[in-house]
Design a binder for this molecule. Structure first.
Ligand code: TXA
Ligand code: MG
Length: 324
């Protein structure tokens, strides 16, 4: 069983125990505003290997390196003008920038899967303070078994990985609820590698140029972890449902007309008022709760693709994708 430390009640103990654990090369469950991370010293190959092993994650899928602030990030990566502008506008926050790695940065190639770029993010709140105290970047994927639903609470982390890690810091539910938006500037163009907790329109407003999406038909994987089945609950997932049957749990958004709703195993409201931020914050927890109802299928009503809806629909398409 992993030790839990509540960071609101015991912030100093949390920093002390976490820095000692990280210095031993062990990964910890770390709260961030997006989702909980499985965090370890990005400069320590043993520690990074433990992240991949704990998650069962393929090693060709690089990890995001978390920094305390822009000044720290500049020690590890080279910023172009647009990336710096985005960092200044949105850090700390749910934005990851993919940037050229500085030679001799000290970030271990296992963290970047040998690429000459690195994904960097400055998380809000406690995680940033911990990194400042530790004074090294923390590599941190979401704290869940690879392919499963991301963790947005300390209990989620414990249920999934508690037997395999020693420490989970507890900050309650993650406020954003979906992972960071990943962006890369390439040949002067701004590319969206993963929609996430920062709406694309916000990024376009600050950058003053459009974000280029991946072509849906392209087989090539942009951010390597980005394709096919992921975020998968035990139950099957059905999208854009306008009706529901007796072996299904319904997760709805707003107040849509759903035929046969009285037959559903259970009904959960992502946001009764149709608020996409509230829906994002509830998404992964509700997927787990719907799974626990024992329904064969989780049916989702339609969710609009604007704002955070783009990230929500991205995760839902992966959750609904054919499994191996
Ligand atoms: O909100 C988040 O981003 C959370 C929290 C913990 O910070 N982290 C997270 O990490 O979602 P993970 O490992 O589940 O997703 C990282 C994604 C993967 O799709 C990976 O392929 C991509 O980032 N990535 C990392 N470095 C990259 C690079 N150099 N080039 C392209 N994609 C990269
Ligand atoms: Mg993940």
């Amino acid at each position: 069983m992993a030790r839990h430390i509540d960071i609101l009640e015991h912030p100093q103990t949390a920093i002390e125990v976490a820095t000692v654990t990280l210095a031993e090369g062990l990964p910890i469950g770390l709260p961030t505003e997006t989702v909980y991370g499985l965090a370890a010293d990005a400069t320590n190959p043993t520690a990074i290997t433990r992240i991949y092993e704990t998650k069962g994650r393929p090693r060709f899928n690089p990890l995001i390196c978390h920094m305390s602030d822009l000044a720290m990030a500049e020690r590890y990566a080279v910023f172009d003008l647009v990336s710096r502008k985005l960092a200044e506008a949105f850090w700390p926050g749910p934005l990851t920038l993919v940037l050229p790695l500085r030679p001799d940065s000290g970030i271990h190639p296992l963290a970047t899967a040998g690429l000459d770029t690195v994904g960097i993010r400055v998380p809000q709140g406690f995680a940033g303070e911990l990194i400042r105290a530790f004074d090294r970047p923390l590599a941190a994927p979401s704290a869940n078994t690879s392919g499963k639903i991301s963790a947005t609470s300390a209990d989620h982390v414990d249920d999934d990985l508690g037997e395999r890690i020693t420490l989970i810091l507890d900050a309650g539910a993650s406020i954003v609820g979906v992972e960071s938006t990943i962006v890369k500037v390439e040949d002067g163009e701004l590319r969206l590698l993963r929609p996430g907790g920062l709406a694309a329109s916000e990024i376009e407003r600050v950058a003053g140029k459009p974000l280029k999406r991946r072509k849906k038909a392209s087989a090539a994987i942009e951010a390597p972890g980005m394709l096919a089945s992921h975020y998968a609950p035990g139950a099957a997932v059905r999208l854009d449902a306008t009706d529901v049957s007796a072996n299904e749990t319904l997760i709805r958004f707003g107040t849509p007309e759903i035929a046969g709703i009285d037959k559903a195993v259970a009904v959960l409201d992502l946001s009764a008022t149709g608020d996409l931020s509230e829906a994002a914050a509830n998404l992964f927890d509700f997927m787990k709760r719907a799974d626990a109802t024992g329904a064969a299928t989780i049916a989702f009503s339609h969710i609009p693709d604007e704002g955070l809806g783009e990230a929500i629909n991205d995760r839902l398409r992966r959750a609904a994708a054919p499994r191996e």
